[in-house]
Write a protein that binds this ligand. Structure first.
Ligand code: U2P
Length: 212
């Protein structure tokens, strides 16, 4: 009986949906997801019209650079308490992640698993972000657009040589474009997303609210 129970427990664990590890070790991961958030959707969903992010005309912003596992999920909160983010690094990160609380959160949750210092982690995030060229429709649009995930992926692939439909996963929330997730190896070259990240893609068509 005990034996059966153990098998059952193992079977259940194996089929749990993508979930984060309780913790992880700094530097032990397989690849990165660069998660780019469509700022107008975020601000609309949160009903925010002011502040460092929603008071400005941001289009794509960096949500995070996430170390991920090949098999499933990702390590998180690898160093507790996390080393402080210096004012200089914070100022730099604010140019692509315009929210100081989110920067601190991303450092604590994901950055500490990168194995890098905060300085190097955010410099890496900046390099990844600047590598990606936004298609024209994503560059300060002033009118509302509607697209499906395949079309959005196509636009990004066309604008970014080397990117393929397996290295991008487009997510939605409340029928709005939420994030463009791009999979990169440790040298920031495009690579396939693991199945759990590909499965995060949106299957419906979605609205892109314009920048304000
Ligand atoms: O999707 C909800 C939150 O889970 C974290 N996430 C999700 C998918 C994935 O592949 N990797 C990952 O880290 C993000 O958590 P956050 O950084 O926002 O706390 C994502 O927002």
């Amino acid at each position: 009986i005990m034996h059966l129970r153990a098998i059952l427990a193992a079977a259940i664990l194996a089929f749990l949906p993508a979930a984060a590890d309780a913790a992880g070790k700094p530097g032990e991961f397989d690849y990165y997801v660069l998660s780019l958030s469509w700022s107008p959707s975020f601000c609309q969903i949160k009903h925010k019209t002011s502040g460092s992010q929603c008071g400005k005309s941001f289009d794509l912003v960096v949500h995070g650079l996430w170390p991920q596992y090949e098999t499933n999920g990702w390590p998180q909160f690898c160093v507790a308490p996390p080393p402080a983010v210096s004012p200089r690094v914070m100022r730099q990160a604010m140019t692509f992640t315009p929210d100081s609380d989110l920067i601190k959160h991303e450092w604590a949750k994901h950055g500490t698993c990168s194995g890098d210092t905060a300085n190097d982690y955010f410099a890496h995030a900046a390099s990844a972000f600047h590598k990606i060229k936004a298609p024209v429709s994503f560059d300060q649009p002033h009118s509302l657009q509607t697209m499906d995930a395949a079309m959005i992926a196509r636009l990004f692939i066309t604008a970014n040589p080397g990117m393929t439909d397996k290295s991008i996963s487009v997510t939605c929330q409340e029928s709005l474009l939420q994030e463009i997730r791009v999979c990169l190896d440790r040298n920031l070259n495009y690579r396939d997303c693991a199945p759990d990240v590909q499965a995060q893609a949106c299957s419906t068509s979605m609205t892109l609210p314009p920048v304000k």
